[in-house]
Each structure stands twice: as structure tokens, then as C-alpha cells.
Ligand binder design. Structure first.
Ligand SMILES: [Mn+2]
Length: 331
């Protein structure tokens, strides 16, 4: 078998989580900043199931919800987390969050919470919870949440199922990444059998591009550079460009996948200049290459094929440091 060994939650893990849920009256859920389909999907999916099971549930977010995931906010009560909100919770789930620092200002939740259950699939998750279920072979945290809901026989409603499917489809690049396993597809199939409207999800998440974003894409691609004999694609985005097109830093998140797909490119990198200084770096890798360690060397993290970091250096300096790091990696 070539497949990576999967950490399936043993009966002990499941019954530990079960015990905590049973004892809790109030349960909070939160994920990382710069929300994506998997973070929003996993907290809503588990949150809905816990609500259906009669728990008092708060689904916290710590950042603006991207427009393309606005449809999830229609059916799920996402609440902007404010300091102190978790003190009332008997139990807090932190989902899809590879590092406590990725909780940003809401990191204080880890002190406030009486009990923290950390469920995640990022590399090098430091097991910051009281209970930790980290499976780096899982396609998405939504897949893990689906397993948990199934194992605990929690009632999953329609908004919850929709949220979980959204996380699975977006975190796997539409079931394309190598983390997509038979288990992922079985879970997705079960969600479709529950009536999830996959066409609507595709349309909302993929076919609702912002016109300005597509125009800026044209501009940015003019400056696309191939380095290391065409093995690395590098693009950068300035604050001025974002301002000129009326976009914020969350925009253009698909640019990096677009440049990764160039023939011969093994690693694609996008640098985004941040509003208050510093640079956001995104990394993608193709089959046979890994970028998680590279992202970690810049203080970030992620997965083998998709990772990121935020650094204090400006675009030019970051580019220089990156070239040095790539030279070592690709020599
Ligand atoms: Mn994820």
C-alpha cells in the first residue's frame, strides 16, 4: 500500500470526546483567521450537529467572511468572537487550526476555555488542546468532523451537511489534491445522499468571481516570473494594486493555483503586500514536491502541497529571502 498511514480515532478518543460533549451544556467552536471553506465548514457542520443534539452552541469567527462563502452565513449563526465570550462555554472546539497563533486576537480563547478539543489536519500541529485529534492524512477538517458526527451518531441537518461538503470540496481543490482518499469520497457521497446541493456550492464558491478580481488577474499575470529553469512561478501583488481595483487582501486567492498549473512549474509562490506593512506568502507544490517546511522556515505552516506564512519584511526583502531559501531547496 502506498497510502499514508491514517490516524483513525480509536474508541478511546471517540469516547473521550463523547464524554466531554455529554457533560457540556454550552459549547463554542472556532477556527483560524482568514477563514476558508474548511474552517467555516467544519465549525458550522459540527456546530449544527451539536445544536440538533440540544446543546447551546456558539459558532465563533475572528475575521471577515469572504464573499464567496456568504451563502454559509445565511444558514449558520457565525458570531464575531469578542474577548470573554468563551468563559461561559463548558467546552470549546478549535477546528482546522494548525497553530494557536492562527487564532489571532482570539488566541485568548485557549485560556478562557475550561476544556479545548483540537481537531485538525495541518502538519506540526502542536497539540494545544486538552484533547487532540490531528490527522495530517485527512483531506480536510470537515472530513474528520464528518467521521466524528458519524461515530457519535449526532444528528446532521441540511445546513450542517452543506457546510461540511463545502469544506471538503474546497480543501481538496475539488477532490483533486492527493489527500483525497476513498474515505473522503465516501463521506462526500453520503452528504450528497442527504440532499446537499453540490451545484449551488460550486456556483457560490467557484463561479461567482468578482469582475475586478479577474481584471486585476490580467494585470498581475503580466509580471509573472518563472525562476529556476521554469520550476518556480513567482507573482506579487501590491497594496496599490488592491486599492486601485477596490479589493482587499483576501482577494486573488486562486491566483496561486492558476500559476501552479503552468507546465513545468513545481512550486508556485504569491506575495501579497499587507495593508500595515509586511508580506503574506502563499506556497503551492505539485506532485513530488513539498512546501510545508519552506513555509515553516518563514514562521508559517500548512500542508505539504499548500502552505503559507506572514512575515514582517516588505515585498522586495521577502523576495530576496525567498530566492535564497529556494536555492537551498532546489539545488
Ligand atoms: Mn483545512
Amino acid at each position: 500500500m502506498l497510502r499514508k498511514k491514517r490516524m483513525v480515532p480509536g474508541t478511546a478518543m471517540i469516547s473521550k470526546i463523547k464524554g466531554k460533549i455529554e457533560k457540556a451544556k454550552t459549547i463554542g467552536l472556532i477556527s483560524h483567521k482568514s477563514p476558508d471553506g474548511d474552517s467555516l465548514g467544519s465549525i458550522a457542520g459540527l456546530g449544527q450537529a451539536l445544536m440538533e443534539a440540544g446543546k447551546e452552541v456558539a459558532i465563533f469567527v475572528n475575521d471577515k467572511i469572504p464573499e464567496k462563502f456568504g451563502f454559509l452565513a445565511e444558514d449558520n449563526p457565525y458570531t464575531l468572537y469578542k474577548k470573554g465570550m468563551a468563559e461561559e462555554m463548558d467546552l470549546v472546539f478549535v477546528l482546522d487550526c494548525g497553530q494557536p497563533s492562527r487564532l489571532d486576537y482570539s488566541e485568548v480563547i485557549l485560556q478562557e476555555a475550561k476544556t479545548v478539543i483540537n481537531i485538525d489536519h495541518h502538519m506540526k500541529n502542536p497539540n494545544f488542546g486538552d484533547i487532540n485529534w490531528v490527522d495530517t492524512g485527512a483531506s480536510s477538517t470537515c472530513e474528520l468532523v464528518f467521521t466524528l458526527i458519524t461515530e457519535l451518531a449526532l444528528p446532521l441537518n441540511y445546513p450542517g451537511a452543506t457546510a461540511l461538503y463545502t469544506g471538503m470540496v474546497t480543501d481538496t481543490g475539488s477532490f483533486m489534491y492527493d489527500s483525497t482518499s476513498p474515505k473522503t469520497l465516501r463521506a462526500a457521497a453520503e452528504l450528497l445522499e442527504m440532499g446537499v446541493d453540490k451545484d449551488r456550492i460550486y456556483q457560490e464558491a467557484y463561479q461567482s468571481r468578482n469582475f475586478q478580481e479577474v481584471k486585476l488577474l490580467g494585470d498581475v499575470l503580466k509580471d509573472l516570473t518563472l525562476l529556476f529553469d521554469g520550476r518556480v512561478a513567482l507573482t506579487s501583488l501590491t497594496q496599490q494594486q488592491l486599492v486601485d481595483y477596490g479589493l482587499d487582501i483576501q482577494a486573488m486567492d486562486e491566483l496561486i493555483d492558476f500559476t501552479r498549473d503552468i507546465a513545468g512549474v513545481e512550486i508556485s509562490i504569491v506575495l501579497k503586500e499587507m495593508e500595515k506593512g509586511g508580506t503574506k506568502i502563499g506556497f503551492r507544490a505539485k506532485r513530488g514536491y513539498k512546501v510545508d517546511a519552506l513555509a515553516r522556515s518563514f514562521g508559517g505552516g500548512g500542508h505539504e502541497k499548500a502552505a503559507g506564512a506572514t512575515v514582517k519584511t516588505d515585498l522586495g526583502e521577502t523576495r530576496k529571502l525567498l530566492l535564497k531559501a529556494l536555492e537551498e531547496l532546489l539545488q
